[in-house]
Design a protein around this ligand. Structure first.
Ligand code: SF4
Length: 557
């Protein structure tokens, strides 16, 4: 029996395996996390829309109370992963990379792609993190889908289905899938390293140059939506609908924006149609996307959802797009919390990352949130941005206090509005203008986080949560890693995420990946993967970041 039976869910598709390409779609984390991932739902629905494909789901098995972890099985049928033709991983986060290796090894599947034999499943991976830089997983994965997956995966399935019945050799199979737009087969590329440890050459077999990110045209795009409904997931109470893919704001650290260009807004008609399909199962819709507040038809969409009798929640909003009318619609839709991401407490640093928004606007938003009757305001900040000093960190504290004050004034006579501050560490990401920058040492990040916590510790109605810098550091080491980083991924898998033990097991230096500033012109491990934004453009944006910071220093110094 599959673990899906353990949970109550609606919408799972059951198919007979006979005569089909059997795909096991794996989310490399728990059922609770995976079932709120819209990319996972989309690929599941896309594959099962093909008559000749049976797609089932799997997750990382939970540990029993005795500390044991059972071998993974399909959540739908309970079948072993090794019995599937394809294992397809949905990889959104670098910190899940070791789970890909754990899943394969717990399933008795050869972890090294080059050593996998005829008859073993083909291992495929896609998702935001690997689309930016697939190299740390290159040793384990036969083929990556770079960019939008919903159409590429259909073409891939077609090729694999024919190859299955022709009994094509593995090398022949990989050659065929590499011809699909957006599909990257690492085995067809050889990487050589120079004496200083940086990439010296990237050579491709045949006449390949590299791989272009797959980007679905706006007109062909339909909003992703929840297709399997379960209460046992983070957003189980709502049906999720994708309102926008990508973000036009292009904040200079943001992989979600740079790896998803151009931003594509779903039409109000398509969003409302998806909501209609959700309505029999859920009373509320969660509008997802990096730039929901930028949707040109947001008020119209919200009004229509209310008209359908649906509740509404939205993910993070842009402060400069919030107005009383939108807040009123969200409040009527039952939303309790407004989330915004100022990222920095300093106006100039915000402008440098391209999040131009004055303190006054943020304070006014807090006041409006209070006037509209919301219960809480969630604020995302980041510490460790290049060029940041303790002055800017302290400005997070003073900004939050001023926002709290603005909020208090307007909530007079009403319940106090809580502010939840979330502090993350800056992680330089591949394919963004800040990809050349160094990450701060975890101890320094911890010092800055502590300054925010202490600074706000005695402010009533404000709570602070922060990421653990150690895990941000691991994310940084993997997000800009190369093929040699596979050793770290394997060690983390083997030690069950024991960072200190894993570091001792390998002869690579994570600091080399996380904390080294890259030279202009250096061949980066992901130089053969094109996100659609050329290096010159990224460099121009990086220079704008630096000159904005310099301008501020000169002005104040
Ligand atoms: S507004 Fe948010 S999603 Fe958009 S680019 Fe900036 S950080 Fe990324």
């Amino acid at each position: 029996m599959g673990i899906g039976k353990k949970y109550s869910e609606i919408g799972a598709i059951r198919k007979d395996p006979g005569g089909k390409l059997n795909v096991l779609l794996v989310f490399p984390n728990s059922y609770f996390v995976g079932m709120s991932n819209l990319g996972f739902h989309t690929i599941y629905a896309a594959l099962n829309s093909l008559d000749f494909v049976r797609c089932e789901r799997a997750f990382i098995p939970e540990r029993s109370q005795r500390g044991e972890t059972a071998a993974p099985v399909s959540a739908d049928s309970g079948e072993l992963p090794s019995r599937f033709d394809v294992i397809a991983f949905s990889m959104s986060f670098e910190n899940d990379y070791p789970n890909l290796v754990r899943f394969l090894s717990m399933s008795g599947i050869e972890t090294s792609a080059g050593a996998r034999s005829f008859g073993e499943p083909l291992v495929v991976a896609g998702g935001c993190a690997v689309s930016a830089n697939p190299e740390p997983l290159a040793q384990f994965v036969d083929a990556f889908v770079i960019g939008d997956g919903e159409f590429a995966i259909l073409e891939l399935a077609e090729v694999l289905f024919s190859a299955k019945y022709e009994k094509a050799e593995r090398s022949e199979l990989l050659d065929r899938v590499s011809a699909i737009d957006g599909v990257y087969v690492p085995n067809l590329f050889t990487i050589e390293y120079g004496p200083d440890g940086t990439v010296a050459t990237i050579k491709a077999k045949g006449d390949r140059n590299g791989v272009e990110r797959r980007a679905t045209a706006r007109e062909s795009l339909k909003p992703a939506r929840t297709v399997i409904f379960t209460e046992d997931t983070e957003f189980g109470h709502v049906g999720l609908v994708e309102a926008v893919r990508g973000c036009p704001r292009a904040c200079r650290f943001c992989m979600a924006s740079y790896c998803n260009r151009p931003a594509r807004f779903m039409t109000p008609q398509d969003i409302l149609y998806a909501a209609k399909e959700i309505k029999p199962y859920r009373k509320a819709v969660g509008l997802l996307g990096s730039a929901v507040a930028d949707h040109p038809n947001l008020p119209e969409i919200l009004e229509n959802l209310l008209g359908m009798g649906m509740g509404i929640t939205v993910s993070s909003l842009r402060a400069d797009r919030i107005d009383a009318a939108v807040l009123d619609l969200l409040r009527r839709g039952g939303q309790q919390t407004i989330t915004i991401a100022p990222e920095s407490g300093d106006e100039n640093l915000r402008a440098a990352i391209s999040k131009e928004c004055s303190d006054d606007v943020l304070i006014e938003v807090a006041a409006q949130v209070a006037s509209a009757g919301f219960r809480s305001l969630k604020l995302y900040f980041m510490v460790g941005l290049p060029g940041e000093t303790m002055d800017e960190v302290e400005k997070i504290v003073s900004l939050v206090k001023r926002m709290k004050h603005g909020l208090k004034e307007r909530s007079l006579g009403k319940r106090d509005v809580l502010i939840n501050v979330s502090v993350a560490s800056f992680v330089p990401k591949a394919q963004t203008p800040l990809q050349w920058e160094a990450m701060l040492d975890p101890s320094e990040l911890a010092r800055r986080i502590k300054a925010v916590k202490v600074g706000l510790g005695s402010t009533r109605g404000v709570s602070v949560h922060a990421d653990v810098p150690k895990w941000a550091f691991m994310q940084a080491a993997l997000s800009r890693g190369d093929r040699r980083s596979a050793r770290l991924v394997s060690a983390l898998a083997e030690t069950d995420f024991d960072w200190h033990a894993a570091r001792k097991m390998v002869d690579i230096n994570p600091e080399f990946y996380a904390q080294r500033e890259r030279r202009w012109g250096e061949i980066l491990p992901w130089s053969h993967i094109s996100s659609g934004v050329c290096d010159n453009e990224l460099r121009r944006d990086a220079e704008r970041y630096r000159s904005r910071l310099k301008g501020a220093t000169n002005a104040t110094g």
